[in-house]
Design a protein around this ligand. Structure first.
Ligand code: GLU
Length: 422
């Protein structure tokens, strides 16, 4: 029978993750059987959602919830809606959540969900039906002490509100901590909306201090203008960096004079894409990634920097705001070229730290002041960055990802060992 490792040749993100885990295992002195136990998800739900659309058509969608590892606590991670979502992608992303939550010292294991759908082609009412159906299919496996979904690509606080409402209906339990990233009216917290971007900016600033003599005046390119990209641009602009390029799925813009955050928001709202920014030059996403800048921040989807374009990247520092934007090949290229890459499990962890604060508040039945929430997110991120940087120096000839993975995997390994699972 094929082992989980042999089965995954079809999915690049999952095979990359397994490769990275193997390398980390070797560094930590773990044998292959232990790595196999760390790699394999505990449970993967595959569900069907058949709904009748507003226009009368019946359509069937598939989705997943992958519960990767619960040694450190209930599974935690987002749910994405994307036309190219697959089971393997969701499993890979759930594995990354295990390492992310471990690295940030959160009391969570790793999980992730996905529905294969292009939400832009669905009416709001149909999207609500689909979201509710997804919860009807997985409710018995989730809850504030089991598995806590949150927003991810193309999902937001509105989707979480539908999830929670449906969950309460089908379970009869007022378990508000079962989802995070909720609207503030139903137990959400203000900081969660922007905590991923705040975390990315905090980490970019710390990395710039170590590798580029500070963030002030540094030129930045951000690929992606969804929740993560927008707030990353906002906070980095406030910190004195000069954002010169942004893009969304339709295309991008570059202006060496700098882009104005509010103007970008207006253009996106009015025309549907930042590429219609009135100044600068229109570029494709591919051109954007290989344009001149100090800091490149891929904040959209996975595998955008790969063997084919890694050599052409001109940035001096890369901060992974998306999950998995660099392939394992790209990692090797950047290491050889001396370009530091701050890995996703550190750089974009502000989102799940915000979720942690929300979940803890829901559990305590109390809501912290926004300034306190913000301070908590920033201090957790700073602490994690310092831990990774120290490990990076200690290990010597490794990249930042290897250092982060070593810390994260070791903690999960020790928890599994303590419980007698290994
Ligand atoms: N979807 C985000 C991530 O990839 C946040 C997950 C969460 O808050 O649970 O980290």
């Amino acid at each position: 029978m094929a082992t989980p490792f042999e089965e995954v040749a079809s999915s690049s993100l999952l095979s990359q993750q397994i490769k990275r885990l193997y390398n980390t295992g070797r560094l930590l002195g773990l044998d292959d059987e232990t790595v196999e136990a760390l790699a394999t998800p505990e449970r993967v739900l595959e569900v069907k959602m058949t709904i009748r659309l507003k226009d009368g058509r019946v359509r069937t969608f598939v989705g997943w919830r992958s519960q990767h590892n619960s040694a450190l606590g209930p599974y935690k991670g987002g749910v994405r809606y994307h036309p190219s979502s697959t089971r393997d992608e969701v499993v890979a992303l759930s594995m990354m959540m295990t390492w992310k939550n471990s690295l940030l010292l959160l009391p969570f294991g790793g999980g992730k969900g996905g529905i294969r759908v292009d939400p832009k082609t669905l009416d709001k009412e149909d999207l609500e039906k689909l979201s509710r159906k997804y919860i009807q299919q997985i409710y018995m496996y989730i809850g504030s002490d089991k598995d806590i979904p949150a927003p991810d690509v193309n999902t937001d606080s509105q989707v979480m509100a539908w999830f929670l409402d449906e969950y309460i209906k089908v379970t009869g339990r007022q378990d508000f901590g079962a989802f995070t990233g909720k609207p503030v009216e139903i137990g959400g917290i203000a900081v969660r909306e922007y905590s991923t971007g705040l975390g990315v900016a905090t980490i970019a600033k710390m990395a710039a201090e170590k590798f580029l003599n500070g963030i002030e005046g540094k030129t930045v390119i951000v690929q992606g203008f969804g929740n993560v990209g927008t707030y990353t641009v906002k906070f980095l602009s406030e910190m004195g960096a000069k954002v010169i390029g942004v893009s969304d799925s339709k295309g991008g813009v570059i202006d060496p004079e700098g882009l104005d955050y509010n103007e970008l928001l207006n253009v996106k709202k009015a025309t549907g894409s930042v590429m219609n920014y009135p100044k600068g030059k229109k570029v494709t996403n591919e051109e954007l990634l290989t344009s001149e800048c100090d800091i490149l921040i891929p904040a959209a989807l996975e595998n955008v920097i790969h063997r084919g374009n890694a050599e052409k990247v001109k940035a001096k520092l890369i901060v992974e705001a998306a999950n998995g934007p660099l392939t394992a090949d790209a990692d090797l290229t950047m290491k050889r070229r001396g370009i530091p890459v701050v890995p996703d499990i550190l750089a974009n962890a502000g989102g799940v730290v915000g979720s942690y604060v929300e979940w803890a508040n829901n559990k305590m039945g109390e809501i912290l002041e926004e300034e306190e929430q913000k301070k908590l997110v920033i201090s957790r991120m700073e602490k994690a960055f310092n831990a990774v940087y120290t490990e990076y120096q200690k290990l010597g000839d490794v990249d930042l990802r290897t250092a982060a993975m070593a810390l994260a995997v070791e903690r999960v390994y020790k928890a599994m060992k303590a419980m007698g699972q290994l």
